[in-house]
Design a protein around this ligand. Structure first.
Ligand code: CA
Length: 228
């Protein structure tokens, strides 16, 4: 696990580096905002520990720019007492957590592990396929930013299709996974629910997301912008 610590106070930077190294992390320290931003942009890290007040570019501006570039690296902000506004702004910008100075390094380590655990879950929880964003934990679905309201079954079906974009899923297999084994394979439940789902996620003029494979089943289209 590679961690970038962007912190201008040498004492804090060095005890954080030492503690994280002892934990087996590969730690890089940047002492200015510009250096930190440069590293975060051009190298790959599993997590950033980001101080807010930095010489040069400040922590929030680094975070804002990374998120604008769709860089979703987990970020823990280090904030000074009294920086409530900055802290809230940081969370708004997509920071995963924050820690107020002074802090115990054990707490930082615990937060890092918690963020990693959440990130591992999020790998499964947030799916994006073209203009469609699906949050599997909150069950929120958005198409081009518009909220889509799905029934539990429609959501289950979409979730199942999304797990294998580009793969043809036979009707019987969809029925088994989404409805369970007790349903008659001859039933048209799958087709009916697909039709309802399409109405909701493919509005007039929007790119179709679900393809019908005649005589077989359905496929969630692998669009150019598709990513997990
Ligand atoms: Ca500072």
């Amino acid at each position: 696990m590679r961690v970038l610590v962007v912190e201008d106070e040498p004492r804090i930077a060095s005890f954080v580096k030492q503690a994280l190294t002892e934990q087996g992390f590969d730690v890089l320290v940047a002492a200015t905002g510009d250096e930190g931003y440069d590293l975060a942009q051009h190298e790959s890290f599993d997590l950033l520990v980001l101080d807010i007040m930095l010489p040069g570019r400040d922590g929030l501006s680094i975070l804002r720019n990374l998120r604008a570039q769709r860089n979703r690296v987990p970020v823990i902000l280090l904030t000074a007492r009294g920086e409530l506004h900055e802290r809230l702004e940081g969370l708004d910008l997509g920071a995963d957590d924050y820690l107020c100075k002074p802090f115990f390094v054990e707490e930082l380590i615990a937060r890092i592990h918690a963020v990693f655990r959440r990130a591992a879950g999020d790998g499964l929880s947030l799916r994006q396929a073209g203009a469609l964003t699906v949050n599997l934990s909150t069950r929120e679905v958005r198409r081009e930013g518009r909220a889509v309201d799905l029934t539990a079954r429609e959501f289950g079906l979409l979730e199942y299709l999304l797990r294998s974009p580009g793969r043809v899923l036979p009707r019987t297999q969809i029925l088994e996974h989404v409805w369970g084994y007790d349903f008659d394979p001859q039933s048209n439940l799958v087709d009916v629910t697909i039709r309802r789902l399409r109405k909701k996620i493919e509005s007039e003029g929007e790119e179709p997301l679900i393809e019908t494979i005649r005589g077989v089943g359905y496929r969630f289209r692998e669009t150019a912008g598709s990513r997990r």
